[in-house]
Design a protein around this ligand. Structure first.
Ligand code: CA
Length: 217
């Protein structure tokens, strides 16, 4: 199990992060104080650290000094969004930077991307009789290969990486088709329909009225 330490003194934020990462199978620990975090880091090893900058005890930059020699990936999470702070964070050795307030979709994407880069995760999804292995781009249902177009495959990965999250139609379009969404476009709906049919996911890919879709797992 992948171990993530969340260092954040605003309890509602760390709770939200913890809840969302735990539901995706990560083993999360939370700490709200810089000095306590320093102790935990001495005693345990983690696969990823989500690190707030403004903390009681010791701040994120000080903790970074302690973390850097271990090579553990770090994502800074902070309200300070100025260019200088971002640069200082990245110079200090952070792998990524997330500015509050952030959307959970973005947090998860960054966590997964940092873990992938650190080779901490063997990405593979198994839902019902469907298995998706992004490394080999292989999709099977009941052990038989499913043929997907490139866009259908990209859409599938987007849903898999954001399980149980409502995705807005325009955001889906922007992510998969990398263009501006036109309100009357049926492209997203048509591709979702095809995915449902090919994977037998009529009850998994849920339409949310006037919003978009959610993959329910
Ligand atoms: Ca803080």
């Amino acid at each position: 199990m992948i171990k993530i330490l969340i260092v954040e003194d605003e309890r509602p934020i760390s709770f939200l992060i913890e809840m969302n990462l735990t539901s995706r199978g990560y083993d999360c620990s939370c700490v709200d104080d810089g000095l306590k975090a320093a102790d935990l880091l001495l005693e345990n090893s983690y696969d990823l650290i989500l690190l707030d900058i403004m903390l009681p005890g010791a701040d994120g930059f000080e903790l970074m000094e302690q973390i850097r020699p271990t090579g553990t990936p770090v994502i800074f999470i902070t309200a300070r969004g100025s260019v200088e702070d971002r640069v200082q964070g990245l110079r200090a050795g952070a792998d990524d930077y997330l500015v509050k307030p952030f959307e959970i979709v973005e947090l998860i994407a960054r966590v997964e991307s940092v873990l992938r880069r650190a080779c901490k995760t063997e990405e593979r999804y198994e839902i019902d009789d469907v298995i998706v292995e992004p490394k080999s781009m292989l999709v099977t249902k009941k052990g038989k290969p499913v043929t997907l177009t490139h866009k259908e495959y990209e859409l599938l990965l987007l849903f898999l990486r954001n399980r149980n999250i409502a995705l807005f139609r325009d955001k889906i379009y922007e992510r998969v088709w990398e263009g501006e969404y036109l309100a009357d476009s049926r492209t997203v709906d048509l591709h979702v329909q095809r995915l449902r049919r090919k994977l037998g996911w009529q009850k998994r890919l849920i339409a949310i009225y006037k919003v978009g879709y959610r993959l329910e797992v």
